[in-house]
Design a protein around this ligand. Sequence first.
Ligand code: FES
Ligand code: FES
Length: 173
Amino acid sequence: MAKEVIVSFTLNNKPVTAKVPDDLALVDYLQEEQGLSGTRLCCGIGVCKVCTVKAQRAPSSQGQPMLACSTPVALLQGQTITTVEGVGSPQAPSKVQQAFLDHFAFQCGYCTPGFVMATTMLIERLRVTPVAKDQLDKAIEDAVGQHICRCTGYAKYYAAIKSVILAEGGLVK
Ligand code: FES
Ligand code: FES
């Protein structure tokens, strides 16, 4: 039987303290306790990457992809978590979200939050360490290549990601 634990972390720039069963998955906590339905559940076993959020061990550290379906909230003590709701909103979409809209990159949209988070983290990494132009496609593939889109909109996603990276300037050397 799961035991309850108390965990404190930062969620979309707000401090939270939660008393949760030690086996409660982050995606269930986000949807049921925080009303944040943007982080989706699909395979539930770490394969499709739909549930990707950003995790930082310290607020200033580089964000790393975290699979919310496979991560217990109990393990988040002291971490900083950002979900798609923390990246942009319908009224003020991020550059990545706007690029996906402009390129008609998604159809049903179920996979889109995961693509948004992975692309956002890729851009943050490139701001620190720009990539050689001939390595850009590989960098994109490394960032989102394991994300599954059942509507198979990969080409438009990749075009949108490339466009937003090239538009920013300084990310490609
Ligand atoms: S739902 Fe988390 S990887 Fe598929
Ligand atoms: S847009 Fe439908 S699963 Fe990707």
